[in-house]
Ligand binder design. Structure first.
Ligand code: FES
Ligand code: FES
Length: 343
């Protein structure tokens, strides 16, 4: 049965007081800016290909922009097929609304089915939002000046919104299913990149600024390599480049061409575990396991490197000091490495 089509909420309107996914009412969020993103279920603002777009937008804005925590309390990703989308008059469409602390819509953008936003339009609208605060309007609502944080969050949301699959058609075009298409969709500056990973050749279209870690995880779905700090400080992303321990988060994918890249997925042969993997199991050298792929990759490179002297526990600690373990499984990790060394 067809439902009446709600009038789309416009800029300047008081937002309808709908119910959020957690059961609370939208009006309960008054007093802070609120960003409402109507998106398909598969929305994930942490995906790197979306982050790449954000990084590009950040550069256009200059150095003032910074990455924001999209899990912030003023962020709400909503199913575009849900009741709230209908209340806002955007059922089945990708849409973004910014509400000010009074619950008034300060900015909105809607992507009709089958169409895409142009980044320039989004940038212009978001820049306009960043104007200094104005006097309250006759309705008692301030006319400008969202906080920088909200502005940047909105920028990220809008950037990611550009890449969301279609909402009303059940999930977007099939073109977005392939990693190559995802990469191509992330911008116009992509270049062909050929990576040799675990003995296989992969041909991708990548932004030259994409880190090897993101290419592995987001484009090739080799998620065994973990993203911890993303700043070269934890070692979770350790892979081998030509047998050398390398931090994939600090290595550009384009610079990894022509090298033999080995990830944790390529360490073992067939069903047989690599001796280091077996030793980690035997010595119970992990708890949550998040750091484990990086620890194992660093440890295998260490054991294979004839130039590194790492016999004693002290030497191993020193050599492995770039790989952090928040569960503090260090004694067991060292025992595993020593066993492999002895073998
Ligand atoms: Fe690369 Fe932490 S994710 S060092
Ligand atoms: Fe949990 Fe190392 S096992 S971080």
């Amino acid at each position: 049965m067809s439902q009446p089509i709600a009038r789309a909420v416009q800029t300047g309107d008081l937002a309808p007081d709908g119910v959020l996914p957690d059961g609370s009412r939208l009006s309960a969020l008054r007093g802070q800016p609120v960003i409402l993103a109507f998106a398909p279920d598969e929305w994930d603002p942490t995906l790197a290909y979306q982050s790449e777009i954000f990084a590009r937008l950040s550069r256009e804005f200059g150095s003032g922009a910074a990455f924001v925590d999209t899990a912030a309390e003023d962020w709400h990703a909503l199913d575009c097929r849900g009741a709230l989308a209908a209340q806002f008059g955007v059922a089945g469409q990708r849409a973004l609304f910014l509400l000010d602390e009074y619950g008034v819509v300060r900015w909105k953008t809607v992507v009709p089915p089958g169409q895409d936003l142009r980044p320039g339009q989004v940038l212009a609208a978001l820049e306009a939002l960043n104007s200094p605060p104005a006097a309250p309007s006759s309705g008692g609502v301030f006319g400008g000046g969202l906080s920088r944080r909200t502005f940047v969050t909105a920028t990220l949301a809008a950037a990611a919104l550009l890449l969301l699959p279609g909402c009303g058609d059940g999930g977007g075009s099939s073109d977005q299913d392939s990693p190559e298409a995802e990469a191509a969709a992330s911008g116009t500056d992509n270049i062909p990149v050929t990576l040799n990973i675990n003995g296989k050749t992969h041909r991708l279209q990548l932004d030259p600024r994409v880190a090897l870690l993101d290419a592995l995880r987001e484009n090739l779905h080799l998620t065994g390599t973990k993203k911890g700090c993303d700043h070269g400080q934890c070692g979770a992303c350790t892979v081998h480049l030509d047998g050398q321990s390398t931090l994939a988060c600090l290595t550009l994918a384009v610079m990894s061409q022509g090298k033999e890249i080995t990830t944790i997925e390529g360490l073992s042969t067939g069903e047989a575990l690599h001796p280091m993997q077996a030793a980690f199991l035997k010595h119970d050298a992990f708890q949550c396991g998040y750091c484990t792929p990086g620890q194992i990759m660093a440890a295998t490179a260490l054991v294979q490197d004839k130039n590194v002297r790492a016999g004693s526990a002290v030497d191993i600690r020193e050599a492995m000091s770039g790989n952090l373990c928040r569960c503090a499984a260090y004694p067991n990790i060292i025992a595993a490495i020593q066993e492999v060394q002895r073998a």
